[in-house]
Structure formats: structure tokens, C-alpha cells
Design a protein around this ligand. Structure first.
Ligand code: 5GP
Length: 362
């Protein structure tokens, strides 16, 4: 496990509110319990439960969202999530979150996202690189980085890019609002949009106008696809030809043929798929077939908090279950860089980090 922790990694599928530390959720819930907003004893066992079905996972998300409504909490959890990924040597992170509106506490989708950006800025123990480089930013960052290196205080670097998620409960108008916001926030690292949320809720047609608009404006699109059996929707999603899809658990032969012909990369979340019983057991996970077929895949965590995992653990699990040695896992991580939604400059920087670490992989 330690060897997977120390190697550089790329995370392409991580939900902010699913990646909160258990200790933080418990602390926040206890605090709200004391204020009488929730009944702590009622929610404690929901938070601490280890094996959750897909339905229970979405119940937990509803609870998490009650606990994380304050702007300051959003800032705190963003900071902690970045620190956790950076400390296990994730060097490129695409973090996704659903911008939330809550009039009763004066939260708009924009103010929610501003709180997320505050969280990125609040990380002090790592160099968080999230603003796309203009020449000026690049040179001031580089001189700062060089200065740190020279006085021996160079911090580990993590590139972060953001995806705004559209929740399947949302209307067409609400989804369009999220895309508008994503467009306005491109200068603070937003690179794309995601469609997620309870897969048994909502219709594909509701989201097409927003997703098409996003694409037309140059944002990249990833879709949660095939988490539950829904032939029609899987086909519709593949016909849209997203830049990536997540999960792909309930595909039939024809869906696989189409996916492979289109060469759409798949974000693979092993622990999440097994825990939610979207896949019956790890040894029959579709990752094995995609990997053998050299289809583009990226190992991801989905929700480190909800599924008590980490990217190092997912790499270790893939290695032990499918007999992939460390050098090939390193290659798998390296190939995931090309599936990232960041620009070429960032990808080249990340490749350099991998190149300098390659010597340590045996
Ligand atoms: P947030 O967007 O609030 O930062 O992160 C939590 C949200 O991500 C959940 O409420 C849900 O909408 C979405 N999410 C997290 N994990 C999954 C998953 O495994 N499948 C789907 N479809 N959505 C998920």
C-alpha cells in the first residue's frame, strides 16, 4: 500500500461532499445536534455505517448536505479534501461538486462556488495550482516555487481543476444556470460539467439543452452512465459522445461495443461499485475487460469519505485483484493524464512530475 501512496497519481472522479473526512462530518453533526438543528444520535449510525446500498448512499448525501450548508463549512471541507488528496501524492485532481442554492441562508450557486474557491486558497501546506496560467501568474508562481526550492521549503504541488455537477433532480433551467456559472468561473479553474445524482431520478432529455450548451461553449462533459440498468438512457448518453463517462456498471454487449468504438474513457470506481452493489463482486468488475482491451480508463475514488477509501487504496486493490504489477499501475496512472480536462500545458507539467518519479518505481 505504501508504494502506491508514494507514487504520483491522477484523480478524475471525486465528489466534494462525498470526500469529507468522517471525523469532520461527525464534528459538524455533533455541533448541529447541540444547536438542536438535527438529532445527533439519530444520524450518528447513518454516518458510521460501512456498507451502503446505492439507495442508502443517496440518503447519506441528503444528510451530508444538511450538515454542510454554511459557506464556512464548504470552505473548510474543500481545504481538507485537497489536503487529503495532496498528502497521498495525488498531483492532479479534478474535483466535482454540485453548486447549491439555499435562499434561507443566503446561499446562491455562485456564493457556494466562491466558498469552494476560498477553500482552495486556504490550503497552506501544499502548492495548490488551480488558476489557469497566464504568463504573469506562471512567472510569479515559478519564481515563488524556485525561491521555496532554494531555501529548502518547497511544498508538494497539486494541480486542481473543477467540474460543476448537475444533479439529476434539477430542472432544465437549473441545469443551464450551472453551466452559465461554470462558464463564468473558467478563470478559476472550472473546466467542465458532470451529470450526477440519484440515477433512478430524472430524464436524460431534461439535461440535454444544458450539456449541449456547455459543449458548444468549450466546456468538457462527463456523465454518470449506466449505474443502474437503463438501456435507452445508456444509448442516448453514448450518442452524445461525452469526453468521459463514470461507472458503466450496467452495460450490455451492444453498449460495450459502442463505447469501445467511440473510445470514450471510463472513470473506474472499484470500491464504490462493489459497496453499492452496482457490481456483484470485485473479481467480475468490468475494469478487467477494459484494461485488457487497452480501452482508456482511470482508477478513481468517487467518494473517499462515504466509501472509506483513498486513491492509493484503489490502485492497490486493482493491483492485487487483477494481478497488475506496480510498473503497470504507474503506466495506468500516467495514461490517465491524457484523459484530464486541463489544458496541454498542465498535462505536460503533470507528465514531468511522473517522469521524475519513474526511477523510483521498480
Ligand atoms: P457534491 O456534488 O454535493 O459535492 O457531492 C455529493 C453529490 O455527488 C451527491 O449528492 C450526488 O449527487 C453526487 N454523487 C456522489 N457519488 C455519486 C455516485 O456514486 N453516483 C451518482 N450518480 N452521484 C453521486
Amino acid at each position: 500500500m505504501e508504494s502506491f501512496r508514494s507514487m504520483p497519481k491522477v484523480e478524475l472522479h471525486a465528489h466534494l461532499n462525498g470526500s469529507i473526512r468522517n471525523s469532520t462530518i461527525l464534528e459538524l453533526a455533533r455541533d448541529l445536534g447541540q444547536k438542536g438543528v438535527i438529532d445527533f444520535l439519530d444520524v450518528e449510525h447513518v454516518i458510521m455505517k460501512n456498507d451502503r446500498s446505492l439507495v442508502e448512499v443517496f440518503k447519506l448525501f441528503d444528510l451530508v448536505h444538511v450538515i454542510t450548508t454554511e459557506h464556512s463549512t464548504i470552505t473548510r471541507i474543500t481545504k481538507e479534501v485537497i489536503e487529503d488528496f495532496a498528502s497521498e501524492n495525488v498531483v492532479y485532481l479534478e474535483l466535482r461538486t454540485t453548486p447549491k442554492k439555499n435562499d434561507s441562508i443566503g446561499m446562491s450557486k455562485r456564493s457556494y462556488m466562491e466558498a469552494v474557491i476560498q477553500g482552495l486558497r486556504a490550503v497552506a501546506s501544499f502548492d495548490v495550482h488551480f488558476v489557469p496560467q497566464t504568463k504573469q501568474v506562471a512567472s510569479s508562481f515559478n519564481s515563488q516555487f524556485m525561491e521555496n526550492s532554494l531555501n529548502g521549503s518547497a511544498k508538494k504541488k497539486i494541480y486542481v481543476r473543477l467540474l460543476l455537477s448537475i444533479d439529476r433532480r434539477e430542472t432544465t433551467i437549473a441545469a443551464l444556470e450551472t453551466v452559465e456559472l461554470a462558464l463564468e468561473m473558467r478563470d478559476v479553474g472550472v473546466v467542465g460539467v458532470d451529470l450526477s445524482g440519484n440515477p433512478t431520478v430524472g430524464e436524460w432529455d431534461t439535461f440535454v439543452p444544458a450539456l449541449s450548451f456547455a459543449r458548444q461553449k468549450g466546456l468538457r462533459v462527463t456523465l454518470h452512465c449506466g449505474e443502474v440498468p437503463n438501456r435507452k438512457e445508456i444509448q442516448q448518453m453514448l450518442d452524445f459522445v461525452p469526453e468521459r463517462i463514470g461507472h458503466a456498471c450496467c452495460f450490455c454487449e451492444e453498449d460495450w461495443r459502442k463505447l469501445k468504438a467511440l473510445n470514450v474513457p471510463v472513470e473506474i470506481c472499484l470500491t464504490s461499485n462493489v459497496m453499492t452493489q452496482s457490481v456483484s463482486s470485485i473479481d467480475v468488475h468490468h475494469f478487467a475487460d477494459l484494461y485488457r482491451a487497452q480501452h482508456p480508463v482511470a482508477l478513481c475514488t468517487d467518494d473517499t469519505g462515504v466509501f472509506s477509501t483513498s486513491l492509493s487504496q484503489e490502485y492497490s486493490l486493482a493491483s492485487s485483484t487483477f494481478g497488475i504489477d506496480k510498473a503497470d499501475i504507474f503506466d495506468l496512472a500516467y495514461k490517465a493524464i491524457s484523459q484530464a480536462f486541463a489544458d496541454h500545458k498542465v498535462k505536460d507539467e503533470v507528465r514531468k512530475i511522473f517522469s521524475s518519479a519513474k526511477g523510483q518505481v521498480s
